[in-house]
Design a protein. Sequence first.
Length: 327
Amino acid sequence: MKTSINKLILATVLAPVFVTCLSYAAPLDLCSEFTHNCSIQKQAIQGPDVPQDQYVLDVTVGQITEAQFQSLHSKFHTSPSIPYDSQRAYKLVDFLPIFIQKTNGRVLVPHALPVAPELLKELKNQNKSTEKVSYVDGNCHSVSWQWVNHLQGQGSTDALLTLADGERLTLGFKVDPKELQPGDVLVVNGNGGFDQDGAVLHSAIYLGYGLVFEKGNPGKEYPYRMSFLKDVMSKYKKVDTNAAFDFYRIHANSPVLTSLITELSLATPGAQSSFGLQLQNLPASLLEQYILQENWDNSQGMSVFTLGRILKASQASPQNWYSILKK
C-alpha cells in the first residue's frame, strides 16, 4: 500500500554492527514476585528476518493472592471482568485492556475488503475516485495509540486493526529509563533507511518486568505480541546505531490524544476538509471505517487515492486473523 506510513516500515536488510549496552531500569523478575506456577515461555515463529522478532512470549503469572490480583489490575488501569479465583493460573494478558487481550499472540494477514458502494459513488462524484477495495494491515503505532486512548478513558470494547503514523502520536512526559513503570510508552527515533534522521521507527508499551507489548512491523510475519524490551532495543540499534530510545508517561495533565477513529477516519470533518470532501450525507458509522490516502503516481503524473480500513478485530475473518498462542 502506497502511503506516507510506508516510511515507518523497516528495511529488512540489516547490516551487522556492534550493539552498545544501554542503561535502563533493571527489570524486576516476574517469577520472583509471583512464585506459584509463574512462567515465561518463548514460542519460536518463522517469517521475521531478525532473531529479535522470531518469537512470541506466553507469560503466566500463575496462582496469585487477591491483593496481587487487585494490584495488577490497578497497575494497568483495568477492571476485573471475572471474580478473583485463588486456584486459577492467571496470564499477564488477563490484566491488560481488552484491545490487547483480543490481539495478543495473533496474526493479522494484510488483505483487501470491498468498499461500500455509496462511499465509492460519493468519492467519484467529488473527483476522488479510488479502487473498489480498502486495505487492512496493522502496525506498532496503532497499538500505542490505543494504549494511550485506554489510559485517558477513551478505550474501546474491541481492538482496532489499522495503520497509524507515529509522527502524530501525542504523548505525555519523558521519563528517565532508570525509572520505568508499567504503562510507559517507548518511542524509537532514528534513521530507518529513509535518510530521515529523527523519524519515528517504532513504539511499544512497557509492561514492567522487562517486557513490552508491540507489533514489530506491519505484515503477516509480525504478530501482536509480548516480547523482551532488551530485544526491541537491540534490534533498533542494529537499524541505526544512533537510535534514540525515549520513554513517555501519561499523566492526568498530559495532552489528550484523540481517539484513533477520530484522528484518522473520514468520519472527522477535518479529514474530509483536508481532501476537499463533503460526506455529511453518509452515516458516521460507515465513514469511521475508512482512511483516505493521497499519493503521487509518477507514471500517471497525477495524484491517486487509496482507502485504508479501520477494522474491528471482532469483524476480521478467521482466515486473515488467527492465534498462534495456545489458550
